[in-house]
Design a protein around this ligand. Structure first.
Ligand code: MBD
Ligand code: FE
Length: 257
């Protein structure tokens, strides 16, 4: 069945690739090497990784252009539904990590008119202090450094955790090899993920980065935006990452005329 959007997008992709081939006078051998690399990427199961590194950020930008409220960014591969509800104000911390640098994540959620959004659910997730994600890496059980935090009636939220670390995307396979050939590295700056949900509002998926942190200016996944780079404060010797969010309403009512 003919599909206009697929026709339009794929036709333009082919045009773009053609222009690149012509511009760089790509040879038949180089064309074949490109195919081989794609085959290896597929075989290694890295097609999602490769595409996410280069293109997920653009899809997030398109979504951003169609909504109001806070800057969004890429979700990444390590979000999972079913994170624990946080009732004691602390994300689950692995026993071996208890001595790592604590951090307080807090802020306020409002609508686009500045009114507090109460009872919004914020999924917060981030890496271990060695840059791994629970439920995905090193057999770390799902749930560590993850949780659902609710905003209070004044729209504020707060949760304690420990400071995450820069994350290196899988770099031993074809994607890492490609980045290396391109003179790029495979690191993401240390970050905290947030996914905010509340009935009547558009979900907001975003991240916060530490001002001055390693790789903030060279994220391998191009997920950093100025609005998302936060200067951590220190309160009584504890790092505080304060991030406010503005949620956009989900439906705009047509005004009856
Ligand atoms: C991550 O932790 C991440 O957030 C993204 C966007 C991509 C790879 C790993
Ligand atoms: Fe991440």
């Amino acid at each position: 069945m003919h599909n206009n959007k697929i026709d339009a997008v794929v036709s333009d992709i082919i045009d773009g690739v053609r222009q690149a081939l012509v511009k760089h006078e790509v040879t038949f051998e180089q064309y074949r090497a490109g195919i081989k690399h794609m085959m290896e990427t597929a075989k290694a199961g890295e097609i999602p990784l490769l595409l996410d590194v280069f293109l997920n950020t653009t899809v997030a930008d398109i979504e951003q252009s169609q909504r109001k409220g806070s800057q969004n960014t890429i979700e990444g591969p390590y979000f999972r539904e079913g994170a624990p509800d946080i009732t004691d104000g602390v994300l689950p911390i692995r026993d071996g990590d208890k001595n790592h640098e604590p951090i307080v994540l807090r802020g306020r959620v409002t609508d686009t008119l500045g009114r507090p959004v109460a009872d919004a659910v914020i999924d917060v997730w981030h890496s271990t202090p060695d840059g791994r994600y629970s439920g995905f890496h090193d057999n770390i059980p799902f749930g560590y450094y993850r949780g659902k935090v609710r905003t209070r009636t004044d729209g504020r939220y707060q949760v304690r955790s420990i400071v995450p670390a820069p994350y290196q995307i899988p770099n031993k396979g074809p994607t890492g090899a490609l980045l290396e050939m391109m003179g790029r590295h495979s690191w993401r700056p240390a970050h905290v993920h947030y996914k905010l949900r509340k009935d009547g509002f558009l979900p907001l998926t975003t991240q916060a980065y530490f001002e001055g942190g390693d790789y903030v200016d060279s994220d391998s996944c191009s997920g950093v935006r100025d609005d998302l780079v936060v200067a951590p404060k220190s309160e009584d010797g504890v790092i505080v990452m304060e991030v406010d969010f503005v949620m956009d309403v989900a439906v705009e009512m047509a005004i009856a005329s």
